[in-house]
Design a protein around this ligand. Structure first.
Ligand code: 2M8
Length: 449
């Protein structure tokens, strides 16, 4: 990783270049700004994505707070009547075929309760309440209080959707119906539940993928993955995206540690927002406690010492040890034993977290036989996971490790730019070269050493 040399007095390159990095991140966000939202990438992802917008708002709060609020408003203006926040809000100005699967495939217009703008019908991790709170905290003002007041009932409805209609397991956790809902699309965590989804790779002949026009096919999910992604959307859409009776009919139902960590973090953030806007924070605190307890009860393996997704079709935990399992560390109320176990897991050779990191944090156990350093969520390092873990380390007072992870995050961009993801050994930039949340979260860690 980049460090100073004797010739330059030993100063770390990143310290010298903090100003340049800041400007690069701001230019990346400005370049991806699209009238009322920020695209994750101009080429690969030209519409608005749900959890990207939350991370992006956190970054924008440091430089363009008005845009941060606009970003969240645009997303929540597309909230469905049942409270779900769709994972993609399509920009109607773009030509059909700019992204697969596009508006015609999702066909949200046909569904009662969907907004006027075309959206997808699935969701992503609910990191928005946390983002809204951080945006306000960074630049508190009359405007930000008004924005919080506008968002609060919408954020509550979003939580209610996830903890109500999506509590398929009945234990107080939200289930996902598609790997895309986790945000870690092709993580090894989904291999076994996805293998049970009937799909024929030949269906992909009827569609045209666009991701492989802009990114190396060897880095992206395979056509068989996509055949299953399509089959899952077909099944969910055929039921009008309704959630009642999912347990009896949907072929992919999983409780994800990241989604449910975000769910708990959202209740903590809602408690703070409630306090600020004159509502009662108590119920949010209680819900945060209940979600944290359910997460430990349902998804923690005390023997292996990490969290795993629970496949509701088999009732079993998925054995893969991915970075998803580390995410509950972000919860301030996580009990001491799982905290200690996750710190040990993160610092083990599987993930290599250290006060001075020699390699970036991978998205999957680097000692596993199915670790793939180039393929998307099967090994590469991602700044949003790094950022969530960085926050968790600070929440649990491991400032030494948090500083190591932060340095690694800064080094990645200093070495490779604002790429979508990074090679977990060399730090080389992979995927889209001008990626929104990479830029945004860099601003956040630069601002909070
Ligand atoms: C990726 O997912 C989309 C589908 O939602 C795709 O591959 O086309 C994921 O990395 C996801 O987490 C992210 O939100 C999205 C946009 O950046 O891209």
């Amino acid at each position: 990783m980049s460090t100073g040399t004797a010739a330059d007095g030993g100063a770390p390159a990143r310290a010298r270049d903090a100003g340049a990095l800041w400007r690069l991140a701001v230019a990346t966000l400005d370049g991806n700004w699209e009238h009322d939202h920020t695209v994750p990438s101009r080429t690969l992802y030209p519409h608005q994505w749900s959890w990207d917008s939350a991370f992006i708002a956190v970054g924008l709060s440091h430089v363009r707070p008005d845009r941060a609020w606009r970003e969240l408003r645009t997303l929540f203006a597309a909230q469905w009547a049942d409270g779900r926040v769709p994972h993609i809000v399509f920009n109607p100005a773009l030509r059909a075929g700019s992204y697969f699967p596009g508006p015609a495939f999702w066909d949200s217009a046909r569904v009662a309760g969907a907004p006027a703008v075309a959206t997808s019908g699935i969701v992503q991790p609910p990191v928005h309440a946390l983002a809204a709170w951080l945006v306000h905290r960074r630049a508190p003002s009359e405007r930000s209080r008004a924005e919080l007041a506008w968002l609060y009932p919408r954020l509550v409805a979003w939580q209610r959707y996830l903890t109500g209609r999506r509590d398929v397991g009945g234990a107080g956790l939200a289930s996902i119906v598609h790997p895309w809902e986790s945000g870690l699309d092709n993580s090894p965590a989904w291999d076994s539940p996805l293998a049970a989804v009937p799909a024929d790779v030949a269906v992909m002949r009827a569609y045209q993928r666009h991701d492989t026009d802009h990114a190396d096919a060897a880095h992206r999910p395979t056509d068989l993955d996509y055949a299953r992604y399509v089959a899952l959307v077909d099944a969910y859409r055929a039921g009008g995206y309704r959630d009642d009776g999912l347990g009896g009919r949907h072929p992919f139902l999983v409780e994800c540690p990241l989604v449910n960590t975000a769910l708990g973090l959202a209740e903590h953030a809602l408690a703070a927002i409630a306090r600020e806007t004159g509502a009662d924070p108590g119920p949010h605190r209680e819900r945060a406690t209940r979600i944290t307890a359910a997460l430990v009860d349902r998804l923690y393996d005390p023997v292996g010492g990490t969290f795993h997704p629970r496949d509701l079709r088999t009732g079993r935990l998925v054995p893969a040890r991915t970075a998803l399992g580390l995410m509950p560390l972000a919860l301030p109320g996580l009990p001491a034993r799982p905290v200690a176990a996750l710190l040990a897991e993160a610092c083990s050779p599987r993930f290599g977290l250290a006060a001075r990191m020699d390699r970036p944090l991978p998205s999957h156990d680097r000692t596993a036989p199915d670790f793939e350093p180039l393929r998307y969520w099967r090994g590469p390092s991602w700044q949003n996971l790094n950022w969530l873990l960085w926050r968790g380390l600070r929440a649990h007072h491991r400032f030494d490790l948090a500083a190591g992870l932060r340095d690694s995050m800064v080094d990645l961009v200093a070495t490779a730019g604002c790429h979508e993801y990074f090679h977990p050994d060399t730090g080389a930039g992979l995927g889209s070269p001008a990626f929104g949340w990479t830029a945004a979260l860099l601003l956040d860690v630069l601002a909070e050493p």
